[in-house]
Structure formats: structure tokens, C-alpha cells
Design a protein around this ligand. Structure first.
Ligand code: URA
Length: 411
């Protein structure tokens, strides 16, 4: 294979065959195809796109670039979910133990936050001792024991995606539907699952700003799932206001724990239930019963214990991760909450240190927002709109200025 010719053909809009894509990815992983060539290829894909067959071939090549999960012959349904990322999206933290209660196995391989979107791994790591660096063999044992694993991508799990995503991140080639599809679906399909629910977000706090773009991504991912014989269901969910009442790593874990212990965040729980219903094939009433009986909470505690944490710490997280300054942000006038802009809240939480601008940045688990008011709520002047958890009074001032324009109250 002459790589410059292959890149030129893609640059000129030609369709590549499965063998060509497979060789490109294989040689990229070994280093024979160098970063400059792969970056040029990614840019060619960014401009010229890929056919469904090419996207499937790229996904297949990436998923087979490393280890995949394999299971004994008779096993329960293997299921998972993926969200394209939102602000305050802690659905996975509740959904994973919930579907394990239903007898499914959920080998959830998640990512870290980047930019305004948070990452499940960062949230889970705010639980002291919780380890996400499991090997696939340990993860498989844990599935047999408790039915649920929440882990990170190891160096041997989809290494082609790890390498390509890092390159896309610094070459302005992340927002390409075929590249996003292959990246997301390769990691999920390497879990060797049977059912997958995709939560494709659109709006100010999402990767895809319009519902039209979100539809294109959804269709592309469904097509790849079909080719691989995986039952893929999709939800398109708006991300105009933060999900639930908290944004920030420890603060989101605290909210998820509250939900598992009976305190509802209705918009959050609606997504948990609808997504769990799609992958467990059980009715909502049955799922609600696992929440109400405490079974889901017990499963979450078992998960924390299995991965090195102490379940006793879970109810102490607000003390363990207490931010130095907690500021109550209150309404200046009375009226109805018309807008709580998710994108602006995400940006403000990034500035507080809850997220990272580049993949090597550290995050602060203590900071963010909680008790966030919901759109449609009637408020009086002086009512609490949210609490800002920050490391200094200066940070609070900065957050107040961003949040003030994110919230709109109409008389
Ligand atoms: N998340 C991923 O895992 N990959 C992408 O390309 C975009 C978002």
C-alpha cells in the first residue's frame, strides 16, 4: 500500500475499500503510517466524508486493533449505553448498577471529560480509592461476580482509536461524523455487546449544536451497529439546560447517589429509565422497583467496593470534597426561569476547574454548581438559583459573571 496515494484518493473523494482501510489502521498502530500521514487522512475524511461501508470498515479495523471482551458461551445479555456528552449528564452512574440489577451484564468502558463536557471516569474517580484501570480479564471476572464494571480504555483496548483521537484533538478533525462514529462505535463494539442505547445530544451544551447534525450522527452509528449485528436504539435529547441539579465531578456523584437513595431529579431519572428500558427490555415499573427497593443502590455500593472504594465514603462525599468557598447565587428579580444555558454552565464549570481544556490537564473534583434551578420554575427575588463551589472568592466572581448571563428570568 502506497500511503500518499491512498490519502490522495480520499482527498479527491474516492471510496476506499475495506482492505485498504484495514491496512491503514494496522500500519498506523505499528507506527509504519506516521502521525503526519494519519492527520492528513483524517483531514481528507473531514472534508470528503466516508460512505457507510467505509465508516463500518474503519470501525471494524479500529475495534480489532486491540483486545476485545469475550464471554463464556452462555451469558446474560451484554448491554451498554453511550452519550455523546452533555452538561450534568450523570445518567451512567445510575443506569449501570440499575441494568445489572436486571440480570444484564454491563461492561461500561468510558472516557474522561474534555472541553465543556464531563466524563464518567472523572466523576467516578472522585470516590476515594475507586480504580478505573482494570484489565479486560479482571473486568470479565467482575462481570461474573456483580454484572457491572465501569472502567477506562486501557492501552490495549482500541489502541487505534486512542492514537487517532489524540491526533484529531490537535488537528481540528474531531467534528467529522464518520470519524466520531468509528471512534465511539469501535469502543462500544469492542465490549462484544448485544444491545446498545445511544443518547445523542443536541443544543448549546452538546457537541452537536443542531438536531439535524445529531440525526446524521445517529443514523451513521445505527448503520454501523446494524452491520455488526448489534441492536442499537437511539434517543435524541436536547441539551439546552444542565441535566439534573448539579454540574461538577463530586457534585454529580452526590446527585446520582441521592437519586439511587430516593431523592428524585425528574429530568435525570426520566433519561435513566428510558435508556434502561431500551437495553433491558423491561418495563419502567420493574426498573423503578429496583430503585425503590434499594437494590440499585446496593449494586452501586458493590461496584464501588469491587473497584477499590469504600461504600461508607459515599455518604461523606460532600465533606470529603468540600470546596473552600460555597457561594449562594440568588435571583435579582421575580419571574419564571426561561433559560439556564447548558453551554454557558459547562464553560463556567470548566473555568472553575471541573473540566479540562487539554487531555493532560488535572481536574478539581470539588468545584462546580449544585441546587441548579430548572427552566419553568417560578422564583421570587432573593431565591436561590444555584450554589457555586469554588476554590477562591476570585473564582466565585468569575463564575457569577458567566452564570448571570446564562440564566434568564422573565416576568
Ligand atoms: N467521543 C469519542 O469517543 N470519540 C469522538 O470522536 C468524539 C467523542
Amino acid at each position: 500500500m502506497h500511503v500518499p496515494t491512498l490519502i490522495a484518493r480520499k482527498r479527491d473523494g474516492e471510496e476506499l475499500n475495506q482492505q485498504e482501510i484495514q491496512s491503514l489502521i494496522d500500519d498506523f498502530v505499528t507506527g509504519e503510517v506516521v502521525d503526519a500521514q494519519m492527520a492528513s487522512f483524517a483531514m481528507a475524511v473531514y472534508f470528503k466524508g466516508m460512505s457507510p461501508a467505509e465508516t463500518a470498515a474503519l470501525t471494524f479495523a479500529m475495534l480489532n486493533s486491540g483486545e476485545t471482551f469475550s464471554f463464556p458461551n452462555a451469558h446474560p445479555p451484554i448491554v451498554d449505553k453511550h452519550s455523546t456528552g452533555g452538561i450534568g449528564d450523570k445518567v451512567s452512574l445510575i443506569l449501570a448498577p440499575l441494568v445489572a440489577c436486571c440480570g444484564c451484564w454491563i461492561p461500561m468502558v468510558s472516557g474522561r471529560g474534555l472541553g465543556i463536557t464531563g466524563g464518567t471516569l472523572d466523576k467516578m474517580e472522585s470516590i476515594p480509592g475507586f480504580r478505573v484501570d482494570l484489565s479486560i480479564s479482571r473486568a470479565t471476572e467482575q462481570l461474573q461476580e456483580i454484572g457491572v464494571v465501569m472502567m477506562g480504555q486501557t492501552d490495549r483496548f482500541c489502541p487505534a482509536d486512542k492514537k487517532l483521537y489524540a491526533l484529531r484533538d490537535v488537528t481540528a478533525t474531531v467534528p467529522s461524523i464518520p470519524l466520531i462514529t468509528a471512534s465511539i462505535m469501535s469502543k462500544k463494539l469492542a465490549e462484544t455487546l448485544q444491545r446498545l442505547v445511544l443518547d445523542v445530544k443536541y443544543g448549546s451544551g452538546a457537541f452537536m449544536k443542531t438536531i439535524e447534525e445529531a440525526h446524521l450522527l445517529a443514523e451513521s452509528m445505527i448503520a454501523v451497529g446494524k452491520q455488526m449485528n448489534v441492536e442499537v436504539s437511539v434517543e435524541m435529547n436536547p441539551m439546552e439546560e444542565p441535566l439534573g441539579h448539579a454540574v461538577g465531578n463530586a457534585l454529580e456523584v452526590i446527585e446520582a447517589i441521592d437519586c439511587m437513595r430516593g431523592n428524585d431529579s425528574p429530568d435525570l431519572m426520566a433519561l435513566v429509565l428510558s435508556q434502561a428500558e431500551k437495553i433491558t427490555h423491561l418495563p419502567k415499573e420493574k426498573l423503578q422497583a429496583y430503585l425503590a427497593s434499594g437494590a440499585c443502590w446496593e449494586k452501586f455500593c458493590a461496584l464501588i467496593h469491587a473497584q477499590g472504594g469504600n461504600p461508607d465514603d459515599l455518604l461523606l462525599l460532600s465533606k470529603i470534597h468540600q470546596a473552600p468557598v460555597i457561594h449562594e447565587f440568588r435571583a435579582e428579580k421575580s419571574g419564571t426561569i426561561h433559560r439556564v444555558d447548558a453551554g454557558a454552565c459547562g464553560q463556567a464549570s470548566l473555568l472553575l476547574g471541573a473540566g479540562r481544556n487539554k487531555s493532560t490537564d488535572a481536574i478539581d473534583p470539588r468545584v462546580g454548581f449544585d441546587q441548579i434551578v430548572k427552566v419553568g420554575t417560578c422564583v421570587n427575588a432573593g431565591d436561590l438559583l444555584m450554589r457555586i463551589h469554588a476554590t477562591s472568592p476570585e473564582q466565585v466572581l468569575q463564575a457569577v459573571s458567566s452564570i448571570s448571563s446564562a440564566i434568564e428570568i422573565r416576568a
